[in-house]
Ligand binder design. Structure first.
Ligand code: ASP
Length: 282
């Protein structure tokens, strides 16, 4: 039996912390009902990976939570929405989907929300899980699973159920050739409590940019290094001396997901060592 309700009527481009908080609380409330087997969340694909990762950190249940969207509108020739929704419901109903954390289903592929990212502007095959591969396939409503999730999530997360009323501001600073300190300064002036570097290569940047971030870290702002390359890991002290500069290494999280974890981390601690531990585990 399937029932539905609307939490927000906005596109991905308008997704806010407030909607995340409302959605997460509702998901937790619904899943606490013993009669409910799982939840499917329909969502625009643009920021689906961020919402999915947020829910992966705060959902207090082992029951399946599946995000689904479509790349073509319902009016298009070969619209993909109906099959995606059927597949998402089948995954949410599958007993083997339990305990896997939040999932994303599109175009016959099941992804872990933590691993997946939108990689193409318009293609049906836009979601990929570049580091660890997909969680499985769902073919005509029948899931088949490939792998277990590698990181802490949902019922096993320290954030599970403890959903704050608001999240601290965390900005992403995008690195590029000749980048200066201006965007770091602007973020700090706007009240950012944390900064994520979408670094070149292995989480790097120009001297001016890295210098401004080091200064911010000295002043108590938590700075996480991630990469704009879209795959791989940013590990501690490889290209940059994180110990000396007080940075956190973002591991396998892309910048937009590192931002989500840092927002939640900052609700508990401002200590870069404690934040690093969260990035090592989640
Ligand atoms: N721009 C849309 C959104 O993410 C695209 C989609 O619905 O997939 O809201």
């Amino acid at each position: 039996e399937i029932s539905g309700e609307q939490i927000a009527s906005i596109g991905s481009q308008d997704m806010t912390d407030a909607v995340w908080i409302k959605l997460a609380r509702r998901v937790n409330q619904v899943l606490a009902d013993p009669a409910i087997h799982g939840v499917v969340v329909t969502h625009g694909t643009d920021t689906m990976e961020e919402t999915g990762y947020f829910l992966n950190l705060v959902t207090k249940s082992d029951k399946p939570v599946v995000l689904v969207g479509s790349m073509r509108p319902a009016t298009a020739v070969s619209a993909d929405g109906p099959m995606n929704i059927l597949n998402a419901a089948a995954v949410a109903a599958d007993p083997d989907a339990r305990g896997r954390g939040v999932l994303v289903v599109l175009n016959d592929v099941i992804h872990y929300a933590r691993e997946t990212t939108k990689t193409n502007t318009t293609s049906l095959q836009t979601f990929a899980s570049p580091n660890r591969g997909p969680a499985g396939l769902v073919l005509f409503g029948k899931p088949r699973w490939f792998s277990k999730p590698a990181w802490r999530h949902t019922a096993g997360s320290v954030f599970a159920g403890a959903i704050p009323d608001a999240l601290p501001r965390v900005d992403i600073v995008y690195a590029h050739a000749n980048a200066g300190a201006e965007h770091v300064k602007a973020s700090l002036a706007a009240g950012a409590k944390g900064l994520v570097l979408a670094g070149v290569g292995d989480g790097n940047g120009t001297e001016a940019l890295v210098g401004a971030l080091a200064q911010a870290a000295k002043n108590g702002i938590v700075v996480v290094r991630s990469s704009r390359t879209n795959s791989g890991a940013v590990a501690r002290n490889v290209e940059i001396d994180d110990d000396k500069l007080g940075f956190v290494a973002g591991q396998e999280l892309n910048p937009q997901k590192a931002r989500v974890l840092l927002q939640l981390a900052l609700t508990r601690t401002k200590d870069p060592k404690a934040v690093q531990q969260l990035f090592d585990e989640y």
